[in-house]
Design a protein around this ligand. Structure first.
Ligand code: AOS
Ligand code: ZN
Ligand code: ZN
Ligand code: ZN
Length: 424
């Protein structure tokens, strides 16, 4: 692929004059602009392997062509994103969709692209060919101990794959629950799940974290056994210090105050990671920032407030990941947009005048509180984000460059028009 340091530099050269004009204006109103730029350069968002191909819906799938056919090609795609935006330096794998048959080769390939392995994901929501027992009625919650055992063993295997790749966290998302009243004994389902999670927890290496992801509904439509942040936090607290709650933005009931959830989880030291996406109705897995950018900013604002209060490092102390599914857009274009939206929200949150906000809160000056937040939100930080990219050797305008280079057309030539994405 023709995307290298040299071609990026050449492309940036043509954009530089316009960028400088916009950047100088934007930078002139930022107090510690160098500090902000450094934070933006440090911030990396992990790309989920399953978002690199067209997901489809239960009604159909319309493959876009040129999608990755193997784990190697998935890593190449993320490497491409990372070269373009300098902010996608990690990949998150889902097992068994991404089994690394030759871990040292996969690890070396990722290193070549400047990527590390983010959280490993286990999968007990599908039955795999040749699998002994079915997850139709749940996995870790199952009434049959043998099914629970199978789910635990799978998770332990996922940890082993992760260790071989140098990952240091496991995300457990369970589809367990019930679709009809009376189907489950809620307490027993919880206790079974806890016991299973404890067995997985016991297999975690010393430096590993476990993220317990919750979801309000789907595929079960009456109850979910890890259905909200309260349940996830119960598990995480009972499991121990290596267990944390993971917040996926699409996994709440409508209009939930996610920024408040984030704030309280941070207060408890139990927020572990994020799945960014956007939605209008539920778990839509749409492009980050495409529907509710203000909410995204408010979430980031609480994240920074809470992380700073605990002296946490923005870049390294939480697992930042996208969880998306693409049906009508080019997946790579969509991911570029998602990362850009995250960087914009992060930059805006960095600009919030915390002292002024705290003072206004203390005086119950509600109007002023809103002014302070919206002053930051309405600042056009795009030139700052672009400047951070420029300094990192990435493209000033990644999406435009992607199109100019006809990356997708080239991938289709290389990989073919009809590709079957692995995963959902
Ligand atoms: C499912 O709704 C969750 O968001 C999980 O994170 C899941 O593992 C992922 O989306 C892949 O299906
Ligand atoms: Zn998720
Ligand atoms: Zn989601
Ligand atoms: Zn989801």
């Amino acid at each position: 692929m023709q995307i290298n340091k040299h071609s990026i530099q050449e492309y940036n050269q043509g954009q530089l004059q316009e960028h400088s004009r916009r950047y100088d204006f934007a930078a002139s109103s930022v107090k510690d602009v160098e500090g902000v730029l450094q934070k933006l350069m440090d911030f990396q968002v992990a790309i989920p392997s399953w978002a690199l191909g067209t997901g489809g819906t239960r009604f159909g799938r319309f493959p876009g062509g040129g999608e990755p056919r193997s784990l190697e090609e998935k890593i190449e795609d993320v490497g491409l994103l990372h070269r373009l935006n300098g902010a996608s330096g990690a990949i998150s794998l889902h097992i068994p969709w991404d089994i690394p048959t030759n871990a040292s080769h996969i690890k070396a390939l990722a290193a070549q692209h400047g990527l590390r392995f983010d959280a490993m994901n286990s999968n007990t929501f599908q039955d795999q060919p040749g699998q002994g027992l079915s997850y139709k009625f749940g996995s870790m919650q199952h009434v049959d101990k043998a099914v629970r055992r199978q789910a635990v063993e799978h998770n332990i295997e996922v940890i082993e794959h992760g260790v071989a790749l140098g990952s240091d966290s496991l995300t457990v998302w369970l589809s367990d629950g019930s679709s009809f009243p009376g189907q489950l004994n809620f307490r027993k389902a919880f206790e079974n799940t806890l016991e299973s999670l404890q067995e997985v927890y016991a297999a975690l290496p010393e430096n590993w974290k476990m993220f317990v992801e919750y979801k309000a509904f789907e595929p079960n439509f009456y109850s979910m056994t890890v259905g909200d942040w309260g349940q996830s936090l119960l598990y995480a607290n009972k499991l121990g210090p290596k267990a944390y709650t993971l917040v996926d933005l699409g996994h709440h009931l409508p209009n939930a105050n996610i920024e408040q959830i984030v704030s309280l989880l941070l207060m408890e030291g139990k927020l572990g990671g994020f799945h960014f996406n956007d939605s209008k109705y539920g778990d839509d897995d749409l492009t980050v920032g495409s529907i509710k950018p203000y909410q995204l900013f408010l979430i980031f604002s609480e994240l920074l407030e809470g992380m700073d209060a605990r002296g946490m490092n923005h870049a390294t102390d939480l697992g930042w990941m996208i969880d998306a599914s693409h049906n009508v857009k080019d997946p790579l274009e969509d991911l570029l947009q998602s990362v850009e939206a995250i960087m914009i929200a992060y930059a805006q949150a960095l600009l919030v005048d915390r002292k002024a906000l705290a003072a206004a809160q203390q005086e119950n000056d509600v109007a002023r509180c809103q002014e302070v937040l919206q002053e930051a939100y309405r600042t056009d930080v795009r030139p700052l984000v672009a400047e951070a990219r420029l300094r990192a050797g990435a493209a000033l305008r990644p999406l435009q460059f992607f199109r100019e280079l006809k990356v997708r057309e080239n991938l289709i030539k290389e990989r073919g028009r009809k590709t079957v994405a692995t995963g959902l």
